[in-house]
Ligand binder design. Structure first.
Ligand code: NAD
Length: 295
């Protein structure tokens, strides 16, 4: 089992670190927020006073941070994790960040002879708690083989997407498509409802027809159709609008950098930006259905 330093114990990182303890690893945690560390210490982790203190005895470092600037700030520079790491340390950054930063940090690690995987996750807080996250990894084959063993303590489906940054690209492609089919599902259901159809019946029909998709099957955005979906619980998240908007922003930045045409993704970002700006940032992303309701 691994000696793990886990840095970034927010909504996702906290339960992920706890699952690594449950999987039998020795886990030392660090976060800027003391209470976030204490919650994981109660589950059997130890805590460090700084990120570098956690790094000192680790063979593996897992980070789960808000954005690219936090990842670059922690890993790079003379006082960064890469400069201070012991030989053989494996880095697994599970944060959702821009691919460019992931490539830069991965290259800095490689220059020091260290393996690093960008390994963003699919699945929200519930999947983090249940240990059923999917991981999409970017890095070398050798790094992937090592990292997979650790990631298995927090998730179920672990993919090697390609070299450094490829995990982040897979993540933005997936979430851009999710946004598009969620919006499409919402407008189709509302069109049916506006014509007097029962959204439950319409959903059943589309599930057996060519409109079937993941949102319709697992996350129906119309209230009352699916008991367990956020739509039936006042759109409590789930997956917040602001997080979807962040991922769509990363997809748009990348589409500019690579001259990729993403008209559906661009429209989805615009609709989520408008919806978020109207006080919906912290609601579940399936609440986008309300954009299509007649008053
Ligand atoms: P969060 O804001 O709840 O947690 C981030 C944590 O990082 C905080 O506890 C913060 O104190 C800590 N932190 C920030 N800078 C630090 C530093 N320099 N040193 C130590 N700790 C530091 O965020 P979250 O919801 O846990 O999400 C984390 C990442 O996972 C994000 O990139 C997000 O996009 C991604 N993600 C989130 C979800 C979700 O449903 N919440 C789903 C998939 C992916």
């Amino acid at each position: 089992m691994a000696n793990i330093a886990f840095i970034g114990l927010g909504n996702m990182g906290g339960p992920m670190a706890a699952n690594l303890v449950k999987a039998g690893n020795s886990v030392c945690v660090f976060d800027l927020v003391e209470a976030a560390m204490d919650a994981v210490v109660q589950q059997g982790a130890s805590k460090a006073a700084t990120a570098l203190e956690a790094l000192a005895t680790a063979d593996t470092v897992v980070t789960m941070l808000p954005a690219g600037k936090h990842v670059a700030g922690l890993y790079l520079g003379e006082e960064g994790l890469i400069a201070k790491a012991n030989a053989g340390t494996l880095f697994l950054d599970c944060s959702t960040i821009d691919a460019e930063t992931a490539r830069k940090v991965g290259a800095a690690a490689a220059e020091k002879g260290l393996e690093m995987l960008d390994s963003p996750v699919s699945g929200g807080v519930k999947a983090a708690q249940a240990g059923t996250l999917a991981f999409m990894c970017g890095g070398t084959e050798a790094g992937f083989e090592r990292g997979k063993k650790v990631l298995e303590g927090m998730g179920k489906n672990i993919f090697h997407a390609g070299d450094h940054g490829a995990g982040q690209i897979a993540k933005i492609c997936n979430n851009m498509l999710l946004a598009v089919h969620m919006i499409g599902t919402a407008e189709a259901l509302q069109l049916g409802a506006n014509n007097g159809l029962d959204p439950k019946v319409l959903s059943e029909i589309m599930l057996k027809s060519s409109g079937k998709n993941w949102s319709l099957e697992n996350y129906n955005p119309y209230p009352g159709v699916m008991e367990t979906a956020p739509a039936s619980n006042d759109y409590q998240p789930g997956f917040m609008v602001q997080l979807m908007l962040k991922d769509l922003g990363l997809a748009m930045e990348n589409s500019l950098a690579t001259q990729s045409s993403v008209p559906m993704g661009a429209l989805a970002r615009s609709l989520y930006a408008s919806f978020s700006g109207k006080g919906n940032a912290s609601r579940d992303f399936s609440a986008i259905l309300e954009l299509f309701k007649n008053q």
